[in-house]
Design a protein around this ligand. Structure first.
Ligand SMILES: NC(=O)c1ccc[n+]([C@@H]2O[C@H](COP(=O)([O-])OP(=O)(O)OC[C@H]3O[C@@H](n4cnc5c(N)ncnc54)[C@H](OP(=O)(O)O)[C@@H]3O)[C@@H](O)[C@H]2O)c1
Length: 258
């Protein structure tokens, strides 16, 4: 069934994966609402996409989230899809004593933020027989060494999504829970380290096409592109694969002097 006629909130909808899906969903005849922190950027995206609505909102800030919920309840009571895309990614050398608040900001945004937004909108989404799409990552399957906190936040998003889906089934709730597992999509602003020439990079348009086909086919977990391989690597020989992937990523992000 074509993904149309929905009212969709996309957190992190001003850039990258969130923005790409926002434009595609709008083109398919859905009402799209985006949110993000940077007001100037939000205004620019709303000016470029006049059919979008949008709100400044920080998923890691409870007051800001409550205001977003109130605005949506008042202006878009038919909201039936939440697309949790807001996220940040950082590479850390844990032995360089990185600032603790910087380290935990990925937990606040990617993990706590996804849970907080979902829980805030759960009653409205369930009442509207809705769908939650949580964006995790291929790096939820294995520790890659270079992004020690990012990996765990995305593994957390995976387990939270599974638990929510099982509870929805068990408690007979009208809620579909989808986990979208993208591989590297270098044409976003997530980090500047990688390029589209990187091995296993997926074009954003391909990610969107593969996801929509899977969504329309009723999939609950969408391992896009190279994420299928990462999923297998996390299940079979996961210790060996963790060592291999980490060796590759650590030397890429933190090259040692020869
Ligand atoms: N690109 C990849 O290779 C890749 C692969 C797997 C998974 N993912 C996941 O896909 C999602 C989107 O990433 P992307 O690559 O599209 O990155 P991006 O281009 O940097 O977009 C991130 C978006 O999130 C917003 N954001 C960040 N922190 C926020 C907060 N605290 N509250 C509200 N909005 C916030 C940003 O806007 P503001 O800064 O204005 O808030 C921006 O709109 C993330 O969850 C990421 O982990 C990406």
């Amino acid at each position: 069934m074509t993904f149309t006629q929905h009212t969709i909130l996309i957190t992190g909808g001003t850039s990258g994966i969130g923005l790409g899906f926002a434009q595609k969903f709008a083109a398919l005849g859905n009402k799209v609402i985006i949110s993000a922190r940077n007001e100037a950027r939000l205004k620019q995206i709303l000016a470029e996409n006049p059919d979008f609505s949008g709100f400044v909102s920080d998923v890691s800030d409870t007051d800001s989230l409550f205001q977003l919920l109130q605005s949506i309840q008042n202006e878009f009571p038919k909201l039936d899809v939440l697309f949790n895309s807001a996220g940040i990614m950082r590479a850390y050398n844990l032995f360089e004593n990185p600032d603790f608040s910087a380290l935990t900001s990925e937990i606040q945004t990617n993990l706590m933020g996804t849970i907080a937004v979902t829980q805030a909108f759960l009653a409205l989404l369930t009442a509207n027989q809705g769908t939650i799409i949580n964006v995790s990552s291929g790096l939820s399957n294995l520790a890659d060494g270079a992004h020690p906190i990012y990996n765990l936040t995305k593994a957390g998003v995976h387990f939270y999504s599974d638990a929510l889906r099982e509870q929805a089934r068990y408690f007979d709730q009208n809620l579909r829970v989808v986990e979208l597992v993208p591989p590297l999509v270098a044409e976003t602003n997530l980090e500047s380290h990688t390029t589209t020439a990187a091995p296993n990079n997926m074009a954003l348009s391909d990610l969107i096409d593969e996801t929509l086909a899977a969504l329309e086919n009723g999939a609950d977990r969408i391992d896009a592109g190279f994420s299928k391989t990462l999923h297998q690597m996390g299940k079979v020989d996961s210790e060996e694969n963790t060592r291999k992937l980490s060796a590759q990523m650590l030397s890429n992000y933190f090259p040692k002097n020869k």
